[in-house]
Design a binder for this molecule. Structure first.
Ligand code: TXA
Ligand code: MG
Length: 322
């Protein structure tokens, strides 16, 4: 299969992306977090092809992306009272909510679970596209199973060229890591995957306590210890350890952000912004660039232990798991 490269700035290309999706084809689309591998969520055959293209196990549930609240009744059994305040505060945006699924929703999307993950992405290309073509799309991140999520069309093609009908190039993703996933229960709410929206950001909108993810790290299938991995092995190092390792293996790749390494130089040294949104936006793109540059191993300076960096700590832990 030849993968078409479509440019989101070109109206004919946008229309082509919508038509391909409507026809049951797979199209990688930009979202504010990472690129998603989209299929028409109302077409189980199309959704099934996502798993083949990614090499993803069939029991890993997918997130369904909607463009308006009016689409919700098609996907969920009922609208809990907590949904509206959360949707008003965070949608469109990087918050995925786990809801009771409508009985018509295909098992292919939910991996056989009684629930469905839904979010409204905040992206100037994707949102109007879904609206115009009256679509909801099931979309995991557009990478081969367990690999780095892509934050550019180029990175999508590096992993899936020839396996999908098209990629819609909407430029680099602004957020750069995957959405926060939240499950709200009668006694408490749990962050199943930490992300750009922290538990503390969500708490004011819920009456139940919002639990942090450490206790629930492997609560669902698809939430795996090894994930988000570049080709080169990743090792997280304290600053001291990083200095020692670099001294003995100077050709190692290094990802640093603190002042201590400000003047560190080398063909495989990359400096990330020290503030959280900037670091987050650059992280996957930089790991991908180091793979492309031929890195054999990537030493990563340990991120701050601050609760606000929980999403980065989580992604790096999984990226370095063996
Ligand atoms: O930012 C994002 O969320 C990106 C963009 C494309 O929207 N999507 C994404 O999808 O990261 P994916 O498939 O790589 O990760 C989705 C995760 C699954 O691995 C699973 O853990 C969780 O969402 N999930 C989906 N449906 C669920 C459900 N019903 N219950 C619990 N977890 C669910
Ligand atoms: Mg993924």
């Amino acid at each position: 299969m030849k993968t078409e490269r479509l440019d989101a700035r070109n109206p004919a290309d946008l229309a082509r992306a919508g038509e391909l999706l409507r026809a049951g084809e797979l199209v990688a689309v930009p979202t504010e977090t990472v690129y998603g591998l989209a299929a028409d969520a109302s077409n189980p055959e199309a959704v099934r092809n996502i798993f083949t293209a990614k090499g993803r196990p069939a029991d890993h549930p997918l997130i369904t992306h909607i463009a308006s609240l009016a689409q919700l009744p098609r996907w969920i059994r009922h609208q809990p009272e907590w949904l509206e305040p959360l949707a008003r505060a965070f949608w469109p945006g990087p918050l995925t909510l786990i809801l009771e699924r409508h009985s018509d929703v295909s098992d292919v999307i939910t991996g056989g679970l009684d629930s469905i993950g839904i979010r409204m992405p905040d992206h100037p290309v994707l949102l109007p596209l879904l609206q115009q073509f009256d679509l909801a799309v099931a979309a995991p991140s557009a990478n081969p199973y367990q690999k780095l999520s892509p934050t550019s069309a180029e990175q999508v093609l590096a992993g899936l060229d020839g396996r999908i009908a098209a990629v819609l190039d909407g430029g680099p993703c602004g957020v750069g890591t995957e959405s926060t996933i939240l499950r709200v229960g009668p006694e408490s709410a749990e962050v199943l995957r930490c992300g750009p929206i922290a538990a503390a950001d969500i708490q004011p909108y819920l009456r139940v306590p919002v639990l942090t993810p450490a206790l629930h790290a492997h609560a669902v299938s698809g939430n795996k210890k090894m994930h988000y991995q570049p080709n080169a092995p990743v090792m997280i190092c304290s600053p001291d350890e990083l200095s020692v390792r670099l001294a003995s293996t100077p050709d190692c790749a290094a990802l640093v952000y603190s002042d201590r390494f400000k003047s560190l130089e080398g063909p495989l040294v990359r400096h990330l912004p020290a503030e959280h949104p900037g670091y987050r936006k650059a992280l996957y793109a930089t790991l991908y660039a180091l793979d492309c540059a031929g890195a054999q191993q990537i030493l990563v300076e340990a991120p701050p232990e601050d609760a606000h960096w929980a999403d980065i700590q989580d992604r790096l832990k999984r990226a370095s798991a063996r």
